[in-house]
Design a protein around this ligand. Structure first.
Ligand SMILES: [Zn+2]
Length: 330
């Protein structure tokens, strides 16, 4: 278990626990949230390796919450961010990239085993909530997308998380961008996440290396960070792969911007470890390819505040809201 603890002299506000349940790791945070619009303060972080999803993952989640609760003066509630389409009761009903989570009542299990009030929502919805809390009241409309194994999304309109009829709103990763494209685990062909997720980028890098277009010595791993480093050195094949990926990301974002006209588009997920360079490339493609509706005056494009912990932070804030401990917008 990796654990980092930061201290704070400020004791006001309430303490909440958030856990982001990912495919490779379970990341938990304990945060303090004050009333009003200040950003959550991270007090404690716990990271555990994930396991094959299924009942075993419940033990990992409980262990993460337990570790954080042990250090708390009294956590007021727990929020869980889960990969998949989460219904209003907090149960994952469809999970193209995390099938083992389907139908597990994770929130109820954590609540019963630890005696803490617990809510669960989609992990990217949690990222959107974290972004909204961090950016403050100046931002009322935002879209968050997470580019990882797949693509997650969360939408805030008028300061409220948009959840939709079944709780499944904000899943742009499964908007079809090419009906003849590759099969997606969701059952469709050519979903956006087949082209613009972190795994799609890794696959593109691999293909470029395998075809001989890109020298493995220039891009030692199939990561956005190594690709951006090579592109910044002027490696033309790396620039081409990056440009193609950025164009696919921009294509999906352009649709969201045309639909919602948000103040901010926040991008999270594994590929953002590469930093602002990726966003610069995406911004360039938005301006270049997406006309007057989107490209002439694109919204602010930012890395999701909180970085890899954004989902866990947002889950904690969401718990505070759902449990009636924080007003919306706090
Ligand atoms: Zn799909």
């Amino acid at each position: 278990m990796m654990r980092a603890v930061s201290s704070s002299g400020e004791r006001s506000g309430i303490e909440l626990i958030g856990v982001d349940v990912g495919g490779t790791k379970v990341l938990g945070v304990r945060v303090r949230v004050r009333d009003g619009s200040s950003a959550p303060e991270v007090l404690d972080t716990v990271e555990l390796p994930s396991v094959a999803h299924g009942s075993e993952v419940l033990d990992v989640i409980v262990a993460a919450v337990q570790a954080l609760a042990d250090g708390a003066s009294g956590a007021a509630g727990v929020g869980l961010g889960l990969a998949g389409f989460v219904d209003p009761s907090g149960v994952v009903r469809v999970a193209p990239n995390a099938a083992g989570l389907v139908d597990l009542d994770v929130a109820l299990t954590v609540a019963e085993r630890l005696g803490l009030d617990c809510v669960a929502d989609n992990d990217a919805n949690c990222v959107a909530v974290a972004c909204h809390a961090a950016l403050g009241p100046r931002v009322t409309d935002l879209v968050a997308v997470t580019l990882g194994t797949g693509i997650g999304g969360g939408i805030v309109v008028g300061g409220e998380l948009v959840r939709g009829r079944r709780g499944w709103a904000g899943e742009p990763g499964h908007v079809v961008v090419d009906p003849d494209g590759p099969r997606c685990p969701c059952g469709q062909r050519g979903c956006w996440e087949r082209y613009a997720s972190g795994s799609a980028l890794s696959a593109s890098i691999r293909r470029a290396v395998d075809s001989g277009a890109l020298d493995r010595a220039e891009v030692p791993t199939d990561t956005a960070s190594d690709l951006l480093a090579a592109a910044s050195r002027g490696v033309s094949a790396a620039e081409a792969v990056l440009g193609d990926f950025a164009a696919w990301v921009a294509l999906g974002l352009a649709g969201l911007v045309a639909l919602l006209d948000p103040d901010v588009v926040a991008v999270g997920g594994g590929v953002t470890a590469a930093g602002d360079g990726l966003l610069d490339a995406v911004r360039g493609q938005l301006v270049l390819r997406h006309g007057v509706v989107v490209g002439e005056d694109p919204p602010e494009l930012v890395l999701a505040p909180g970085g890899p912990a954004a989902g866990a932070i947002g889950a904690a804030v969401l718990a505070g809201r759902r449990l009636g401990l924080l007003r919306v917008g706090a």
